[in-house]
Ligand binder design. Structure first.
Ligand SMILES: [Zn+2]
Length: 315
């Protein structure tokens, strides 16, 4: 048993005891602070401005997050190349693991290694290339299994791609979570919410759900459809929800969500949710079966604090 798991309860134990609070926005928040480039959203800040990234992680921890995700979204070979980033996935992920672990130790938080969708899948390249891109992301988390508590595949637009990713992730022999960026129209190939939910559960992942692109109301409706579909199949996999911190109701019936707003990404302030809305969302998500509740883009530390306060009141 690793030092980490010997000293603190792991994800599966915590899920059995009550809701787990996730962390919040990373790239979008770092961009506003001057440490990340809009457009590519690549994570070179972990090497260039480590203190700034660590401070944001610390704010989530202090606000009540039970989990800190490794800040390495978009650290895949294809995405780095497209953005002309010369750092490798290995370098970025190693630094992200170290800093998430360092800050998690200031509290009792878990460290979650995050995997990102790859461009080779959407381009229709051979599955061996797609697997290779996931393997190179996963390698850093396997190497640092002494400090990584579980792994998460997030922001997937295709259920088929997610199934391949989870299959690769099983090599790590760690608890697995996964989320898709789906709304009412289902995945990018039109696979329904219900089918996505059932197929996600059947990958054997320990936690499944949705993140990003849509606001609270839309995510809650999607979560309900997922829970109903799982119940119908007798599948008990707990749900996870990490929505946007902005309102975007007019994008509900699209596949791109808030990316379609004219205000994206530089003028979303007037759409920001309040903490009152976060309290309501967290309660409703819990009632729909979400056992891991956090935030994605636009969910700042004070929003995470509202989630923690809401779920801690009862549990
Ligand atoms: Zn997001």
């Amino acid at each position: 048993m690793s030092k980490t798991t010997a000293q603190k309860k792991g994800l599966l134990e915590r899920l059995k005891e009550g809701p787990v609070v996730g962390d919040g926005s990373m790239c979008m928040t770092l961009e506003k602070r001057g440490y990340c480039r809009a457009g590519q959203w690549t994570p070179e800040a972990v090497l260039e401005y480590p203190d700034a990234v660590k401070q944001l992680l610390r704010e989530y921890l202090r606000a009540g997050a039970d989990v800190l995700q490794t800040p390495c979204y978009a650290s895949s070979d294809g995405r780095l190349k497209r953005a002309n980033i010369t750092y490798t996935t290995a370098e970025l992920n190693e630094a992200a693991c170290e800093m998430a672990h360092e800050i998690a130790q200031e509290g009792n938080a878990l460290v979650c290694g995050g995997l990102t969708p790859v461009m080779s899948y959407s381009k229709g390249e051979d599955e061996t290339i797609v697997r290779g891109e996931f393997e190179s992301q996963l390698a850093g988390f396997i190497k640092r299994r002494d400090i990584i508590d579980f792994i998460l595949a997030e922001f997937f637009g295709y259920i088929g791609e997610l199934e391949i990713c989870v299959d690769v992730m099983k090599k790590a022999k760690m608890p697995i979570a996964c989320t898709m960026r789906i709304g009412p129209l289902g995945d990018l190939n039109g696979v329904s919410v219900e089918e996505c939910a059932v197929r996600m559960a059947k990958t054997g992942a320990d936690l499944i759900g949705i993140n990003c692109l849509f606001d609270f109301d839309t995510c809650l409706k999607t979560l309900k459809r997922m829970r109903d579909a799982l119940d119908k199949e007798g599948l008990k996999t707990p749900l996870m929800c990490q929505p946007l911190g902005w309102r975007c109701p007019e994008t509900t019936n699209t596949k791109k969500g808030y990316l379609l707003l004219p205000e994206f990404p530089f003028a979303l302030e007037s759409r920001q949710v309040s903490r009152f809305e976060v309290h309501k969302f967290a309660r409703e998500a819990y009632n729909l079966g979400a056992r891991y509740i956090g935030g994605c883009c636009g969910m700042e530390p004070h929003h995470i604090r509202a989630i923690a306060q809401e779920v801690i009141k009862t549990f």
